[in-house]
Design a protein around this ligand. Sequence first.
Ligand code: NAD
Ligand code: WQD
Length: 370
Amino acid sequence: MTILVTGGAGYIGSHMVLRLIEAGHEVVVIDNLCNASRESLERVSQLSGKEVTFIEGDIRDRSLLDYVLADFEISDVLHFAGLKSVGESVSEPLAYFENNVAGTITLCQAMTAAGVHRLVFSSSATVYGDATRMPLSENAPTGQPTNAYGHSKLMVEEVLRKLARSDPRWSIALLRYFNPVGAHPSGLIGEAPSGTPSNLLPFISQVAIGRLPVLSVFGDDYPTPDGTGVRDYIHVMDLVEGHLAAMRVLSDRAGVNVWNLGTGQGYSVLEMVRAFEHVAQREVPYRIVPRRDGDIAACWADASLAERELGWRAQRGLLDMIADTWRWQSRNPEGYPRLRNSLGRQSGGLTSALPRIYLIDKTHASRMAS
Ligand code: NAD
Ligand code: WQD
């Protein structure tokens, strides 16, 4: 049996694909490369010593999904594909609902038709909104996201709950990530944002490498110990371990299950800056600017449910997260080559007459006859 990883060429997905291959699973990746480069999968192949089966295509392409689910004998789907820029979602809400919500619905329709009922979904702590009581456990009320990205995650959660209620064969995990950071310790795969990063750690590392001049710290008047925003940063390698643990539990457990994936420890923006300066041994110039619209003061997880039910807890601390981010950034100052820099919706429409399937190895991708 084979695991389908949607969005597997992206930041978190590529780390997941590597870990799945290392764990002995057969993997198929589907990604439309709207925010990724095939280079990430070439490097996964280099690290794993195995070929990666990659299908360049879109999760909204139902006929492609029908073909993949049946022909590759898929047993589980890890669903990372989606658009994730909060700012872009405010200016292009329809693209976010179409891609994230409609895309997931198409995926679930195809899974239903193919008799595949195990799904792990990349949700986000953003669904808790502006909560006041920390830490956040899974039964904290979900909030009112101010942007279409957050709404799309909440909507998908609801779609998946209703789906599982309608049919007991479904086993679904809603994994609510806190703030994923870091990179594989090799420095070969990592986060390669297109354009100017909006997230803190990629921004700091681009300042440290000299691509950006100065970090803007969004507000120092929050009710936090040093006045700057506090978040629960989690190493991407710990995050993917959480998915493996969720898959194991889902194989024996029906319905919808919600698990927070965080460390339970919050750090402020200025703590992140100082820790980065310490690890990289260079100054990170910053200036304090007004708060960013839609930001909350503080957010960190109660991750004890995942520890009890999944037997998982984050192992890597802040210095590992920053050291691995810095190694990736220093070795790849411009990120991956060939990253497409746009929403990148396919120009030829969504339905591909012939699936574009590649066997990717570390030096090249060869197109499979299909
Ligand atoms: P990413 O942009 O690096 O990866 C997403 C991948 O999905 C990209 O490779 C993109 O090309 C692909 N994709 C997008 N739309 C697609 C479509 N319609 N069909 C096929 N492929 C498509 O993002 P990431 O940081 O790896 O995030 C992965 C998932 O985790 C996303 O769903 C995201 O919303 C969620 N998430 C991310 C964070 C974070 O801070 N990185 C936090 C919480 C949740
Ligand atoms: C962290 C802290 C900022 C940049 C976002 C999404 C969320 C999730 C992860 C997917 C905050 C401060 C940041 C900068 C700064 N993604 N900051 N200067 O806002 O917690 O979460 O990404 O689901 O949905 O909203 O992460 O990394 O943007 O910010 O001062 O240039 O750093 O104000 O306190 P955030 P972030």
